[in-house]
Structures are given as C-alpha cells and as structure tokens.
Design a protein around this ligand. Structure first.
Ligand code: ADP
Ligand code: MG
Length: 725
C-alpha cells in the first residue's frame, strides 16, 4: 500500500474498493506490527471520494451555508450518513466548540455509523466522533464534534437545552422512515429554528418525500422570533434547499419466489442455507420481523451449523460449487440485545467462514454490515397499530412496504454488488404498499404528549405536526396521562410526578408503576420487573423441546403472573450469574445479562428522582399493586364463558375487547379473575403479554379516577368494573 505524508501531494484516489482492505483493520492485528500512523485510513479516504455523494459535496455545503434547512435525497449507500457530517466538520461547522448532531431512528445505527465515521476520520470513537443512545453515552464534552444519536436522545436533550445551543447543525437522518420520534423532532426543530435562525437543519431521506419535508420547513411567511439579536445576524434564507444525489454504490440483483410459502421463518432459514451451499463468498443478512422469530431462526440455523461442522469433520463435505466457505456462524441482531451483543453481529467472520446475521429492521436502514452480499427478506414487518376506541396499542405483523424492502435489499450492495432474495412472488411484491403510514398516526401518544408537556408545549392541539395524529388518539393520551396523575385538571404536567415520568426512560405506565413502588415499599422488586419487561425473549425454545421448556418454566412460574415470575428468575440468576444456570433452565443468557444491565441503569434513575430503595421481601402483593397502579388502563377480566384449549378468554375492562393470554405468558393456562397486562400483540387474535394477576378491588382503589365499580348486591363480578372514560 502506498503512503503519503501530510503536506505532500495526496496520491490519486485509485486504490481498489475491496472489502479486504477493511477486514484487516483494527481488531485483527494478530502478529502484525502496529505502528501509529495517522494515514492508516488512506484507503478509507479513497473510498470516500468514490462515493456518489462526493460529487455533490460543494452543492451540499453551499446550501447548508445559505439556507436554514436543506433536504438531502439519495439512494441508500450513496454516502449521506457517513459523509455529510464529515463535510460539515471540514467546512468549519464545528469550529469554536460547536457540535454537529446526526440523528438516527435506531440505536444500532447510531452506534455503528459513529464507529465507521470515527474510523474514516482516523479518531478514537468517543473523542471527536461520539454517539449517544438510551442508557449509553460515548462522547467527551469539549472534544466531541460530531455526535450520532437516536432521535429519542435529542428529544431528551431538548428538555435540558431547549434551543439546542451547543449545535450548529442538526441532521435528521432516515427521515423517510417517519418514526414517531423523528416526526416529533422535526416539529420541535421547526420551533427551535424560529428562535435560532442560525441553526441549520439537514433532513436526509432515501425516498422522494423531499417536497413534503421542504414544504414543512418553508417558513418564509412566518416572522422569526430570535432569542437574541445576535442569532438573527447573517441569518440564512428560510426557503429550504433540496439536493438530490444520483447513483447508488452497487447493484443488487433481486430474486422472487415462484410460489408463496406458508411459513416465512422456515423459508428464510432454508433460503439462508441454500445461499450458503450454493453461493460464493459473502455474508448473509436475513430479515425477520422480531425477537421471537429471530431467536427461533437462529436456533434452527445453529443446529444446522453444528450438523454441518460434524459432516465436515466426518469428511463428508458437500463442496460449494461457487467456491464459498464451508462453515458458517449465526448471529442475531435486534433491539432487545445489549449493545455489546449487537456488535457481535458486526464483527467479521473468521477466515473461510460465512456469517449469517438474522436481524429485525434495526438493520434495515443506515447500518452497513461489512461483508454482507446476500439479503434474505421475509417481506413482513412488526407494526404498531392503535385503536383509540379501546385505547389499545398492539404490535402486529404486517406486510412490509416496498420502500422498506428496497432498503433491506440495499444492505446487500453496500460494499460490492449483491443479491437479495425476497420471500414473496414478484406479483405479491408489486401489490405491497409503497410506503408505511407514519408511526405518529398509529401509535399510543401518551409518551409523546408527556414529552411535549415536559418541553413546555401545552397547546398540543396547535403543535405543527408533519402528519397530525388523529384527535381521538390525542384525547386518549391526555386521558391516560390524567389518570396516571402526570397531568392536572388544566392538562399541565404535575410536579414532581409528571416531571419524573417524563424524565424516566420508560413508557409512562411502566414509569408510574416504578415510581409508586416508593410508597408501596417494593422499589427493588419493581426495578427488576421494569428491567425484565424490556427484554422479550427470556426463554430459549429450540425445536421439539417444548416439554423441557415447560418443565423449566414451571420451576419459576407462579400464579401471580409474569412480573413475579421474573422476580424469581432474577433472584435465582443473581446467585452466581453463570451461563450454566441459564443453559440448565433454558433461559437466554443474553436476555439475563441485558436485564441486569438495564436494572442497574434504572436504579441510577430512581435514585436521582429521590426514591428510597426498599424491598417487599417475599410478599408479592406490593409488586402487583404497583403494576396495577401503572397498568390499570390495561385491565381485563376473565370472561364468564369462553375459552378452551387455546386459553381462556378475557374482556378488557375498558372497551370490552376480547383478549387472550399469550402462550408465552406463565398464566397461559391459568384462569385468574382479573389481570393487568403490559403489552398487546395481534396475531389472528388479540393477546396480552406480561400478565399480572390482580385483586379486582385494587382498580378502584389505585385508579379511582379511571374506574368506578358498579356496586351490585351480592354478585359483584370483576367484569362489572365500568370505564369512566
Ligand atoms: P447512506 O447513508 O447514503 O445510505 P452511508 O453513508 O451509510 O450511505 O454509506 C456509504 C457507503 O460507505 C456504503 O455504501 C459503504 O460502501 C460504505 N460504508 C459505510 N459504512 C461502512 C462500514 N461500516 N464498513 C464498510 N463500508 C462502509
Ligand atoms: Mg444512511
């Protein structure tokens, strides 16, 4: 490799764009002499200049200089996320201690992109380039210039610094995804810009929604309200500029199924194995919808990998006709994993080994998993849906949009040409919706409204939304916050409860359950429960071992429900925190580690809000009362008739919806008179997850505003609890 010294003429950008260049990078220096050399990233520099976006560098910088808002559109892989922040640094936007923020809808993206940009800039991650995601901040005050963060983190920063005064430029990346937090952030940034005309906003998006974003930020008709005289000096034009980057990095060949498949998880596993057996070198990225499917697919692939290794050892190898590697490793990648666990999926596979990553859509945008050449896409996605009449948000598996399938396919062409296998027919693909509806209009808005209130925005109805959420959803959110006592009669945030709820990194209902544990004397227990509610797949379930899994579950399961069961597991796990404990009980070691980690973080939060740590010992009632105080709106009573082999039917106390206990709950086969649940999922029927058995009396006691018990002589039944709202 040729070297050049700073100050001398830079060599031509002619190095081959080869994945091998980076494979030999830091972390794989076994045996090589490591010499500090600021130019070790020379190859990266050459790669940077070969990206399509490089041609529009000056145009982008010119617009950022002269316009308050710049909308940047370009195909996935053209260089928006990694290059624009660097251009801004090079052009002086971080001079004088100012920062550039680049927001991502997902934490994995924020972390990995930061790491890539740090590499390209030849700096240590956490120094000039850092990131911040929920529960983790890797940046150095006074040193960090470029900060990648989730949009949720920037929203929280707005609470402390409403004008984002540290930042010269905020780039909102992947805006086309229209996540709840992105939409909220865009609305707030528009407000900030009126007071800080010097703040530059860049909106980056992969699809052609540019006009919509530009129109939203066109504030020529509005009078600015500068916070100070100084900030209006040299104010840029308030007419947004649009730059469009032509060209994508590499082509991706798309394959469709000839016939539809009944079970896409099995089909995805099959497709990954086919690719492994028949295709040349290159890693595989499989997209499924969520944690459970991913863990199931990982188990199946792992069994296959072991069989495969045994075959190879026995000498009975089936040689790959395209010269691909014989062995493969399998890695899950989804939001519920800890950052360290997620990073494992990004680590290059050992030599002569193929890596198969099974991911949810956390890997859909922004991220580049180096080495991925093949993508298998199930073409489904977990989507939030909100029913305002019943005040119920549930997750359901829905068809992916074409935009999102294109993003997924794009992951195969990041470092060289690739192939994508879509598990649907071409015709079915054409019938998919073009884009998914914005999350804002199909979500429970309680957390959003709480956040706006905490930012001092009281007139929520007049807030400028990119897509205004339905009024019914908004009203339901206000009702719930009122019932949680987070807002008062005038819809203002209560102090301290409302404020504390807004600060806690938990959804309001769980936040309330945790905060009341102070009064109920069960803080230790509720910390554990809150942490365990953040991880979904606590149990591993390899194929054909359901019976053993049931036996293991029975060791911890109690009639009080999933929260109390989690307490039992945590207590036993804390005995030694050994992997063998997890294996013996068919618990996921990953999930246990992650839950303990979150628990420690939550403990710091509750100490900060002044909660005195207490424990209820073996008495489960305080914990169940705390759950009721948070999740009273999600109460369901055992239906008098109904149910059968597939579990008992329940009726939601508010709204009267028919609900079932999820097979993953320890109460699946039980028949408690009244329960509260933490989440709902819809797969054919509506299922309750994380279920706690409660005393029906507690509802009127702990949520008097919300429920009024109808007193009927003699036969007072739980189902008679009537919703006030
Ligand atoms: P965009 O945001 O426009 O989708 P990015 O800036 O994320 O594009 O990436 C641009 C290109 O940089 C990718 O196509 C890929 O070639 C390269 N790249 C980005 N991240 C990595 C990485 N972690 N490892 C190797 N190459 C990367
Ligand atoms: Mg990007």
């Amino acid at each position: 490799m040729a070297f050049w010294k700073p100050g001398s003429k830079k060599p031509e950008a002619s190095l081959p764009l080869s994945a091998e260049v980076d494979r030999e990078g830091p972390g794989d220096s076994g045996g090589r002499l490591v010499v500090f050399n600021r130019n070790e990233n020379l190859a990266l520099q050459a790669q940077r200049e070969r990206l399509p976006i490089f041609k529009t560098r000056d145009a982008i910088l010119h617009l950022v200089e002269t316009r308050a808002t710049t909308v940047l559109v370009g195909q996935t892989g053209c260089g928006k996320t990694t290059q624009v922040p660097q251009y801004l640094v090079e052009a002086g936007w971080t001079a004088g201690g100012r920062l550039v923020a680049c927001t991502q809808p997902r934490r994995v993206a924020a972390m990995t992109v930061a790491s890539r940009v740090a590499d390209e800039m030849g700096v240590t991650l956490g120094a000039e380039v850092g990131y911040a995601v929920r529960f983790e901040n890797v940046s150095t005050p006074g040193v960090t210039r470029v900060r990648f963060c989730t949009d949720g983190v920037l929203l929280r920063e707005l609470m402390e610094d409403p004008l984002l005064s540290r930042y010269s430029v905020v780039m909102v990346d992947e805006a086309h995804e229209r996540s709840l937090a992105t939409d909220l952030l865009l609305g707030l940034l528009k407000k900030v810009q009126r007071r800080r005309p010097d703040l530059r906003i860049i909106i980056a998006s992969a699809t052609i929604q540019a006009e919509e974003f530009a129109a939203f930020f066109d504030t020529r008709h509005l009078e600015p309200k500068p916070a100070s005289e100084a900030s209006s000096v040299n104010a840029p034009s308030r007419e947004p500029g649009i730059v469009s980057v032509e060209g994508r990095a590499h082509t991706v060949l798309i394959h469709y199924l000839e016939k539809p498949v009944p079970d896409y998880v099995k089909a995805a596993v099959g497709a990954a194995i086919d690719v492994h057996r028949a295709e040349g070198p290159g890693d595989v990225l499989v997209f499924l919808t969520g944690e459970e499917e991913i863990e199931a697919a990982v188990s199946m692939l792992q069994e296959e990998a072991e069989d495969n290794s045994r075959r190879l050892l026995g000498g009975g190898a089936g040689t790959n006709p395209a010269g691909g590697p014989e062995r493969f490793t399998v890695h899950p990648l989804y939001a519920g994993l800890s950052p360290a666990q997620q990073m494992e999926a990004f680590r290059p596979a050992p030599r002569y080994t193929r890596k198969i990553v099974v991911a949810s859509n956390v890997a859909e945008t922004s991220v580049t998993i180096e080495g991925v050449v093949y993508v298998v896409d199930c073409c489904f996605v977990k989507q939030k849906a909100y029913d305002p009449t019943r005040g119920m948000e549930s997750l359901l598996t829905a068809e992916a949009s074409r935009a999102s399938a294109n993003q997924r396919a794009g992951r195969a062409g990041r470092v060289r040409p690739g192939k994508a296998y879509r598990l649907c027919t071409e015709k079915a693909f054409r019938d998919l919706p073009e884009t998914a509806p914005p999350e804002m209009i199909r979500s429970d808005l309680a957390a959003t409204v709480l956040q706006l209130k905490a930012l001092g925005i009281d007139n929520i109805m007049n807030f400028e939304w990119l897509s205004p959420p339905p009024a019914a959803n908004m009203i339901k959110a206000l009702e719930l916050l009122y019932a949680l006592q987070a807002i008062d009669d005038d819809a203002r945030l209560t102090k301290p409860l409302g404020m504390h709820l807004a600060e806690l990194p938990l959804e309001p209902q769980l936040g309330k359950a945790l905060l009341v544990s102070g009064e109920l004397g069960c803080v230790e227990e509720m910390l554990t429960v809150s942490a365990y509610l953040q991880v979904q797949t606590l149990w591993v379930s390899p194929r054909g071992r359901q019976k053993r899994l049931d036996e293991c579950r029975d060791r911890f399961a109690v009639a009080e429900g999933d929260a109390v069961t989690a307490l039992n597991i945590h207590t036993a796990w804390c005995g030694g925190r050994a992997r063998s404990f997890a294996d013996k009980n068919m618990l996921s070691h990953r999930a246990l580690v992650r839950a303990s980690d979150i628990r420690a973080q939550l403990a710091r939060h509750v100490r900060r809000v002044g909660l005195v740590v207490s424990s209820a010992g073996k008495d489960s009632a305080p914990v169940r009362r705390a759950m009721t105080a948070g999740f009273f709106a999600n109460a369901a009573a055992l239906a008098p008739h109904g149910g059968g082999a597939e579990g008992s039917a329940f009726r939601s106390v508010r709204g009267g919806a028919t609900l079932f206990i999820h097979p993953g709950s320890v109460l699946f086969r039980a028949r408690p008179a009244m329960v509260v649940y933490a989440a709902a999922v819809r797969t054919g029927r509506e299922y309750m997850r994380d279920v706690t058995a409660i005393d029906p009396e507690w509802l009127s006691e702990l949520a008097p505003h919300f429920y009024a018990m109808t007193q009927r002589s003699g036969n007072e039944r739980p189902a008679d609890a009537a919703a006030v709202f």
